[in-house]
Design a protein around this ligand. Structure first.
Ligand code: DQA
Length: 142
């Protein structure tokens, strides 16, 4: 099982940015948590973060034929990017959308998710544990 975990803009600022929404764990903490979990479960994992929409599209395309699942938190591009939606549709790899915060209880502009239309599951408001739940869902179907 090979999983690609993609994080979009400002997620490299975890631990610094708006801790009330995103907690105190850093991006490095998140990656360490993901790698430890995957290593214990025998899952091959690759992680990627970018602040640039086209780079995220490139990362999704790069998974084609190589990865069995994608976990994606597109950050603010969730609410704007048809290109990311189209990329996930293009590769047709099972993809889980993750948001650290409870987006459904936040501003109106966060209520639209384009990428969700191509995702097999959405996890919101579970902090960084949401990434682990997403990985387990892809690996074990639960
Ligand atoms: C986020 C929620 C988005 O609305 C926001 O723009 C982010 C992070 C989350 O993980 O809760 O950057 O995707």
């Amino acid at each position: 099982m090979k999983i690609l975990v993609i994080n979009g803009p400002n997620l490299n600022m975890l631990g610094i940015r708006e801790p009330d929404h995103y907690g105190r764990e850093t991006y490095a903490d998140l990656i360490a948590k993901i790698e430890k979990h995957c290593s214990a479960k025998g899952i091959e994992v690759k992680t990627y973060q970018s602040n640039h929409e086209g780079d995220l599209v490139d990362a999704i395309q790069s998974a084609y034929g190589k990865m069995d699942g994608i976990v994606i938190n597109p950050g603010a591009y969730t609410h704007t990017s048809i290109a990311i939606l189209d990329a996930v549709k293009s590769v047709a790899i099972p993809t889980v959308e993750v948001h650290i915060s409870k987006v459904e209880e936040r501003e109106d502009f966060r209520q639209i998710s384009y990428v969700r239309l191509a995702c097999v599951k959405t996890i919101t408001g579970h902090g960084t544990d949401g990434y682990i739940e997403a990985i387990d869902y892809l690996a074990e179907g639960k």
